[in-house]
Design a protein around this ligand. Structure first.
Ligand SMILES: [Zn+2]
Length: 191
């Protein structure tokens, strides 16, 4: 096949050379009002063309490559005293896979246990293109279905307004889960 970026022949959808040249992750952070941190590996515009493959037939393969480059490396460098649970935010399957589940799975390590289908939105609306007012009036109403008294990392693919992550984090707190921080693939904040 051909690399989708440089069009050279490649065994992967994105060749090793392009992975190294264009997809080196660089952590950026955002801090919520209560001090909770959200770390992102890329800026949205840096990988926009790749993120828009999400709902196409190559979406799953592209997300898997990005997950290996960013989340897997992070997991290999991360250590903690107790096991930490990586919780996928609203990992519903769309177009044959769940993008947040792909990212969360790549965090599996000696200290991180990925959790799936444990934090689901009751309100299945999309915030994309919606106003802040609309988002405030239509919370996602997450329900959590795993044990309490654990440390957790929240996982999402894109952070825009931080409202989803904030609501997910508050849901964990209500369930006596200790959210350490959130990890997202891309930060879509406007500069
Ligand atoms: Zn290439």
């Amino acid at each position: 096949m051909k690399c989708i970026l440089c069009k050279q022949y490649s065994l992967k959808l994105i060749c090793k050379s392009c992975q190294n040249s264009f997809l080196e992750p660089k952590l950026s952070e955002r801090t919520l009002a209560d001090g909770f941190k959200i770390y992102s590996f890329y800026h949205y515009h840096e990988i926009e063309d790749l993120l828009t493959t999400k709902h196409t037939h190559i979406g799953s393969a592209i997300y898997t490559i990005l997950a290996q480059l960013a989340f897997k490396r992070f997991a290999n460098a991360f250590s903690f005293i107790n096991p930490v649970y990586a919780i996928a935010i609203d990992d519903h399957v769309k177009n044959g896979y769940s993008h947040t589940a792909v990212l969360t799975k790549a965090l599996k390590s000696k200290d991180i246990v990925p959790l799936f289908a444990s934090l689901r939105a009751q309100n299945n609306i999309t915030y994309s293109g919606r106003s802040l007012e609309y988002r405030l009036q239509n919370p996602r109403r997450f329900s959590y279905s795993y044990k309490s008294d654990i440390d957790a990392i929240l996982v999402d693919d894109i952070v825009t307004s931080t409202m989803t992550i904030n609501e997910a984090k508050n849901t964990l707190l209500k369930n006596a889960v200790n959210p350490l921080f959130a990890l997202t693939l891309a930060d879509a904040r406007e500069e």
